[in-house]
Design a protein around this ligand. Structure first.
Ligand code: PLP
Length: 394
């Protein structure tokens, strides 16, 4: 009687949400300050003051019927121009305002991009560990998910990508800075990936597109985030302001089709069609205007950097094995004993709430979201140390 696929999606156990709810229940019992909830990627750093100011200015100065009215499906012309100008000015990127489509965040950017590209039998390659919703969106768009694996350091492994990309591959999805590993791909590895994709496109006789999912672009600590569209022509950027400006509940982002894509205008028409197909009438009008005045800004990254440093130092001192995250606000740690779910259960005894890696497409790790207060990190370290003692003889 109802759509079975939707019932399955709607009732599937969301591991992260379950942990988050467990944390809330536990906080009611023993006090919020005694629960170390590292489950969810909700930015804890406030949006920059300039966001609040622009919001106030717009509310004070613009007639409400104009401020809250529909915009064109692709977004306000002046906002699309501001985004394209920013990308050209900052990265020298091959972007044009008529190829920018404003969206309700990266999630919408992704489903629109997959839907714009997917034809019967098309495959999409994701790099594990990966954001779990990729698989949901690719399947919803009618695509088939193929998995490549990152190397030990969570950077791109060209051999694995080479093996995963076949004659039916329509696109490869990358995410840098990465959720859940914190890896940031270097110019060298993006060049190598571009070479591989050019070779695969030639073999296939049609482009293998590169979809670059970039909600964490500005959240980076010790390195640059090279602009992916400058490395490879057939690139679609899926951007979001959810994390960079700490606005996840406001649902604002964009799709940028590189002007160098094969038949870019036709691809953009497919992007518009996909937005229509999914019922995205337009991105939130108020926040289109807000982000146009805040391009290139970010919440205070130093807070995340401090959290990362303290957490990494504490975990490695306790004996845990982890790769230093270069960006985003996640640390992906090896689960001692190899069974991530069992390790997470044991961590709960110390009120440490971690996410097992299985839903990210790999086994044997846990994700720790460090977008939490500094105090939570500091107070959690003795609990991590006690947990480590159960696994490591010192
Ligand atoms: N892509 C990645 C890698 C993410 O981590 C997230 C959210 O956590 C998204 C996309 C979705 O972001 P948005 O809130 O902008 O839809």
């Amino acid at each position: 009687m109802y759509n079975a696929q939707m019932i399955k999606l709607g009732s599937e156990r969301s591991v992260i949400r379950e942990i988050f709810e467990y944390g809330n229940a536990r906080a009611a019992q023993i006090g919020r300050e005694n629960v170390f909830d590292f489950s969810i990627g909700n930015p804890n750093v406030p949006a920059p003051e300039s966001v609040t100011q622009e919001l106030k200015r717009l509310i004070d100065e613009m007639p409400p019927e104009k401020l809250h009215g529909y915009t064109s499906a692709a977004g306000l012309a002046e906002v699309r121009s501001a985004v394209a100008d920013y990308l050209v000015r900052t990265f020298g990127a091959p972007m044009r305002s008529d190829l920018i489509y404003m969206t309700c965040g990266a999630a919408a950017s992704l489903i629109i991009s997959f839907s714009a590209l997917a034809e019967e039998g098309d495959e999409f390659v994701v790099v594990a560990p990966y954001f779990p919703e990729y698989a949901v969106f690719i399947r919803a768009a009618g695509g088939i998910v193929r998995t490549a694996y990152a190397g030990e350091d969570f950077h791109l492994d060209m051999a694995s990508l080479d093996a995963a990309i076949g004659p039916r591959t329509k696109a490869v999805v990358i995410n840098s800075p990465n959720n859940p590993s914190g890896a940031v791909y270097s110019a060298e590895e993006l060049s190598a990936l571009a070479d591989l994709l050019r070779r695969k496109s030639a073999e296939r006789g049609a482009p293998v597109f590169l979809i670059s999912d970039e909600p964490y672009r500005e959240l980076v600590y010790d390195c640059d985030v090279p602009y992916v569209a400058n490395f490879y022509d057939d690139t679609i950027i899926c951007y979001s302001f959810s994390k960079s400006l700490s606005l996840p509940g406001e649902r604002i982002g964009y799709v940028a089709v590189s002007a160098r894509c094969k038949d870019a205008e036709q691809l953009f028409a497919a992007v518009c069609g996909a937005g229509r197909f999914h019922g995205f009438v337009c991105a939130p009008a108020l926040f289109q205007r807000v982000i146009a005045a805040n391009l290139g800004k970010s919440s205070d990254v130093a807070v995340y950097r401090g959290n990362r440093d303290i957490l990494y130092a504490g975990l490695t001192r306790a004996g845990f094995s982890c790769v230093m995250p270069e960006g985003a606000f996640y640390l992906f740690m090896r689960a001692p004993g190899g069974d991530a779910a069992a390790f997470c259960e044991r961590a709960k005894r110390y009120e440490l709430l971690l996410v097992p890696s299985d839903s990210f497409g790999v086994e044997g790790y846990v994700r720790i979201s460090y977008c939490v207060s500094r105090e939570t990190i500091e107070r959690s370290l003795p609990a991590f140390a006690a947990l480590a003692k159960e696994y490591f003889r010192r």
